[in-house]
Ligand binder design. Structure first.
Ligand code: NAD
Length: 476
């Protein structure tokens, strides 16, 4: 694979490459160019040149390209999903959903393009005021490896419909699907230079995108500390930043909850994508009146999750994406074991057997009796490990849920209207789910409060974030 700059496939200026490995097998899937600052600069030049023509097109014409690309993405879903599973590790079923999700996002912004409106008003004594919505210029998009296609869609969908051009950097361990999707957009009619993909390390490619003075906005998704660095790098040019950062989502299960549904909510909410989702359920608070039964049923269900290569039939959970992530998760569980702070009731180790030997697998893990000040509650655990705490009522659950530097998502499981009202009022989170967790269709504005981020992606609001107003006062 090569980088896609100005509509051409290019090697890195350095001439170097890096290997993209399958986390389930350790096999090298493909080599990708090891881009650097110079490659970002030539992508910015291409994006600068492409901007005038692209921004001059009607929003409708720009959106049509996204629509045609979505049709092609759906047509090639099987191959794209297999590529995503190979580089990322998720079960093929989840990969198929993610590729369809990417197409959904493009179609959503295509549909929105028909509803764009400016403002016009006569101001007595001043004349006619018009408010024009203009694209920002070149936008940077920095993508993590956990949901590369969806997050790419969240960034490029609104950016391109609004008339911007884009320099995109995929994550090092999952650059292939993003590049393939960019190629499909080119085939659907996106002119050369409108969307450029530079592969390589965050410290060079990512930082140059954050710093480059010609890039007017950078949308970053990744870890909190990286996001803070991006904000610092973007500050001298006063560029706009959207930061979609980590989360430690609480799930509160009230005493009246439907236990069966809530158990399934945890299975999907925590173990989907091997727990590597920003809005995964990362802390579970269960009312003491149902805690015993809940934990018993959940433990049995967690223990039954089929782990394996995402391409294999029946597999519900694949490997972690990268070795650093596996080591971090395994280390946190080891600490629990060493300090005796909690009981590991399911998983807690690397699975045994030949089929797991070459991959980055860790068993779905459930830990009870963890103290509230444990890193399992205070840190973002990016893998299939869930601490459970029993609470003495809804007040305690809400207080514990809000006791976090994160504020991305949260869910409450109850049929009691008063508790739902309280939870939606009081939970400090960018998104609150009731009797569900994790689902984010294209219409939903998505982003965090507190250290989980700045700005919103997805939904109609995101289009605004890729435009700025120009006021015009006309007197004849
Ligand atoms: P990461 O911060 O390590 O990397 C994210 C991207 O930034 C990668 O492309 C990386 O190469 C690049 N990067 C690294 N250092 C950089 C720098 N100094 N400047 C610019 N770019 C740099 O995160 P990750 O491990 O890829 O992803 C996991 C994290 O992403 C988790 O914390 C997760 O919660 C978060 N996440 C958040 C959302 C959200 O929407 N809020 C969605 C998915 C993932």
């Amino acid at each position: 694979m090569k980088m896609l700059i100005n509509g051409e496939w290019r090697d890195a200026v350095s001439g170097k490459v890096f290997s993209v490995q399958n986390p389930a097998t350790g096999d090298v899937i493909e080599e990708a160019p090891l881009g650097g600052e110079e490659d970002v600069r030539s992508a910015v030049e291409a994006a600068e040149e492409a901007f005038a023509d692209w921004s001059a097109k009607s929003q409708r014409d720009r959106a049509k390209v996204l629509f045609f690309a979505a049709v092609e993405v759906r047509h090639r879903n099987t191959d794209l999903a297999a590529l995503l599973t190979a580089e990322q590790g998720k079960p093929i079923r989840e990969a198929v959903d993610e590729i369809n999700g990417f197409a959904n996002i493009l179609e959503y912004y295509h549909a929105l393009s028909a509803s764009g409106r400016g403002e016009s008003q006569t101001l007595k004594g001043y004349g006619r005021m018009l408010v024009r919505r203009r694209p920002l210029g070149i936008c940077g998009a920095i993508i993590p490896w956990n949901m590369p296609a969806i997050i790419m869609g969240w960034k490029i969908g609104p950016a391109l419909v609004a008339g911007n051009t884009v320099v995109l950097k995929p994550a090092r361990t999952a650059p292939l699907t993003c590049t393939r999707l960019a190629e499909i957009l080119g085939g659907a009619g996106l002119p050369p230079g409108v969307l450029n993909v530079v592969t390589g390390p965050g410290e060079t490619v990512g930082r140059e995108i954050a710093r480059h003075p010609s890039i007017r906005k950078v949308s970053f998704t990744g870890e909190v500390e990286t996001g803070k660095q991006v904000a610092l790098d973007a500050a001298p040019a006063l560029k706009r930043v959207t930061l979609e950062l980590g989360g430690s989502d609480p799930m509160i299960v009230a005493g009246d909850a439907d236990i069966g549904k809530a158990v399934e909510g945890v299975i999907r909410g925590r173990y989907y994508n091997c727990g590597q989702v920003c809005t995964a359920v990362k802390r579970l608070y269960v009312d003491e009146s149902i805690a015993d039964e809940f934990v018993r049923r959940l433990t049995a269900r967690v223990g039954a999750i089929a782990v394996g290569n995402g391409m294999d039939r029946g597999v519900e959970m694949g490997p972690l994406n990268n070795r650093a992530g596996l080591l971090r998760v395994a280390g946190l569980v080891e600490d629990v074991r060493e300090r005796g702070e909690g009981e590991i009731v399911a998983g807690g180790r690397v699975p045994e057997g030949e089929r797991y030997e070459r991959g980055l697998f860790f068993l779905p893990t459930l830990i009870t009796g963890v103290p509230h000040d444990s890193p399992l509650f205070s840190e973002e655990v990016f893998g299939p490990v869930l601490p459970v705490a029993t609470v003495s009522g809804f007040d305690e659950a809400l207080a514990l849920a809000n006791n976090s530097r994160y504020g991305l998502g949260a869910s409450v499981w109850t049929r009691n209207a008063d508790l739902i009202a309280r939870a939606t009022e009081e939970l400090e989170a960018g998104i609150v789910w009731v009797n569900q967790h994790l689902k984010i269709p294209p219409e939903v504005p998505f982003g965090g409060t507190k250290e989980s981020g700045i700005g919103r992606e997805n939904g109609s609001r995101a289009l605004e974030e890729y435009m700025e107003d120009q006021a015009v006062l006309i007197r004849l």
